[in-house]
Design a protein around this ligand. Sequence first.
Ligand SMILES: Nc1ncnc2c1ncn2[C@@H]1O[C@H](COP(=O)(O)OP(=O)(O)OP(=O)(O)O)[C@@H](O)[C@H]1O
Ligand SMILES: [Mg+2]
Length: 277
Amino acid sequence: MAEFVLTLLAKKGGVGRTMHTQNFAGGFAEQGFRVLAVDLDSQGSLTANFFGDDFVDQLQPHETVAALFDDHREPDPNILIRQTAIKDIYVLPASGHMERFDLPEPLKQSERQFAVRDFLTDVDDYFDVVLIDTPPNISNLPAWSALMASQYVMTPIQPQKNPMEALIDVNVQVSNAIAHGNPNLTYLGCFVTNFHIRRAIQKTLELRLRQLYGPQVFNTILKSRPTYEEAQFHYKPVTHYRPKSEAAQLVRELLVEVVTRIQTSTTMMNQQQAKAG
Ligand SMILES: Nc1ncnc2c1ncn2[C@@H]1O[C@H](COP(=O)(O)OP(=O)(O)OP(=O)(O)O)[C@@H](O)[C@H]1O
Ligand SMILES: [Mg+2]
């Protein structure tokens, strides 16, 4: 069994789900965990971040995550899961073939809702950590299927007005997922990224976020640093591109918090189960 499945979910586009899914993969892999990064976005950005755009363009449907949702295909892990150039990081790729499964009203999609969960059940003995990158439409089937497959979910947030409002919708959708299919899901919280330390307005918005969401907000802030984009340009997590950079160090600090929250939540769950049993 994988130790945990963690989804990055945000309603707003361009906030850093894909970039930081890749960086988290790096942060866990350098600790010796075997990581599977699942790309559920038909843009295929996570896949391209590891393998390049040409690779994404050349993928056949049966070689992408779309195979999980296709009633006429039996997904083959040996074809689907790709080893990356980074030790201990594997990717389940996406491409435009996923577009036809970007369907509304996922609750009406019967077994497809659980396509990712069921696939992971078959392969998760091979992985310690599974990370899932999702598209910005959090109501449709791809993001929903990620929530059905995960124990944990968290949100990257950039300190602007709208992304903060979008957090309300994330909380609602996570509650829906817990009520309608995955009672084992826990919302870990949100983290601030692309934070410009010199812009007073960003500090104001960050404080407001903490006032509104309190302990949901991770202490670690991923400051705006060009190293993140440079790493992406080189197809690497920042932890592997510039291991000693501040950008890499911030990812590690955030992951310490992530693991602590996961451990706390597991302990609480075990205590509740012990009481109930
Ligand atoms: N800490 C940071 N420092 C610098 N830039 C950052 C930081 N965090 C995020 N970004 C910027 O935000 C962008 C987020 O892109 P990314 O593709 O990861 O977002 P996304 O949420 O996956 O968007 P999409 O809707 O396209 O899937 C990055 O390309 C980068 O420019
Ligand atoms: Mg993305």
